[in-house]
Design a protein around this ligand. Structure first.
Ligand code: C2E
Ligand code: MG
Ligand code: MG
Ligand code: MG
Length: 283
């Protein structure tokens, strides 16, 4: 049996292993080297407010350029990184890189908060509440400029402990948002106990807004968020129809290919110059 993750890790490929399994084992092995060999890099996707016609922040998303296999999507390697525990050093790298970048933008006159995705695994290590202030200190970034995105899957874990950690982090001024809201195992029953600032509506809702029943659900989520003093941002906004549906329902902050795909830092300056919300929907 091969689960090569020790120091002298190795892989044994058996004949009955499918292509998928072999690839997974290969990625698992290669992930360990990815940080040291600088195969990871970050891209940034803008978040925009359609009502004020303004940029309101960026989400930092990791990319892996594998030396032989090319681009590997985070959808494929994050679960492997979680299983193996490598997500912890990986996220530390992501946090440092994203905060450093955000601070560098400030020196270019770009004052926009950055958000970083946190795997629930990070809450199971014993130092997340120390890691965040450490990263901020290392990079000189103000806590208000950092937002952490968590997902509903945390309800399967020691939720009381997670809530405690979230309170500690949020007390330092860092903001918290609930990513992909409404898809996972719903955390609605916990919403009043979770120290969060924002709900990120999953992009599946955005796709389905031409269905009246889905619109009713999204409308209810938006009203609920208002009562709970939470901001709402929609993911996966790809066209003007999406924008129209969302603004009708009272959601004005959006992220998606329509505004901008995740970009390398080198493209950000040009994107900011070109950024213009169509007049039609911003009236
Ligand atoms: P997420 O946090 O929900 O990120 C949004 C994903 O939707 C990104 O995919 C983004 O490229 C994609 N997206 C944005 N706008 C659109 C759109 O208009 N249409 C469509 N079809 N897709 C859109 P990506 O970058 O492949 O990331 C997938 C997931 O991987 C993320 O979902 C997040 O859960 C995870 N991930 C990415 N980077 C990190 C990281 O640094 N750490 C951790 N723990 N997870 C990460
Ligand atoms: Mg996210
Ligand atoms: Mg999301
Ligand atoms: Mg998502």
């Amino acid at each position: 049996k091969a689960k090569g993750l020790g120091k002298n890790q190795y892989c044994i490929y058996t004949e009955d292993m499918g292509v998928k399994e072999v690839r997974k084992m290969e990625l698992e092995k290669d992930l360990q080297l990815a940080i040291e060999q600088q195969q990871f890099y970050m891209v940034y996707q803008p978040k925009c407010n359609v009502r004020t016609n303004s940029l309101v922040g960026f989400e930092a998303l990791i990319r892996w350029q594998h030396p032989r296999l090319g681009q590997i999507s985070p959808g494929e390697f994050i679960p492997i990184a979680e299983e193996t525990g490598l997500v912890i050093p990986m996220t530390k790298w992501v946090l440092l890189e994203a905060c450093r970048q955000c601070k560098e933008w400030q020196s270019q006159g770009i004052y926009q908060p950055i958000s970083v995705n946190l795997s629930v695994r990070l809450f199971q290590t014993d130092n997340l509440t120390e890691l965040i202030p450490w990263v901020l200190q290392e990079t000189g970034l103000e806590p208000e400029m950092l937002e952490l995105e968590i997902t509903e899957s945390m309800v399967f874990h020691d939720i009381n402990d997670i809530i405690l950690q979230l309170h500690r982090i949020r007390n330092t001024g860092v903001r918290i948002s609930m990513d992909d809201f409404g898809t996972g195992y719903s955390s609605i029953g916990l919403l009043d106990r979770l120290p969060i600032d924002t709900l990120k509506l999953d992009r599946l809702f955005t796709y389905d807004l031409d269905t009246p029943s889905k619109r009713a659900i999204v409308h209810a989520i938006i009203l609920m968020a208002e009562k709970l003093h939470l901001e709402v941002i929609a993911e996966g906004v790809e066209n003007e129809e999406h924008i129209e549906f969302l603004t009708e329902l009272g959601c004005y902050v959006m992220q998606g290919y329509y505004y901008g795909k995740p970009m390398k830092n080198e493209q950000i300056g040009e994107w900011i110059q070109d950024f213009q919300v169509p007049e039609k929907v911003s009236s």
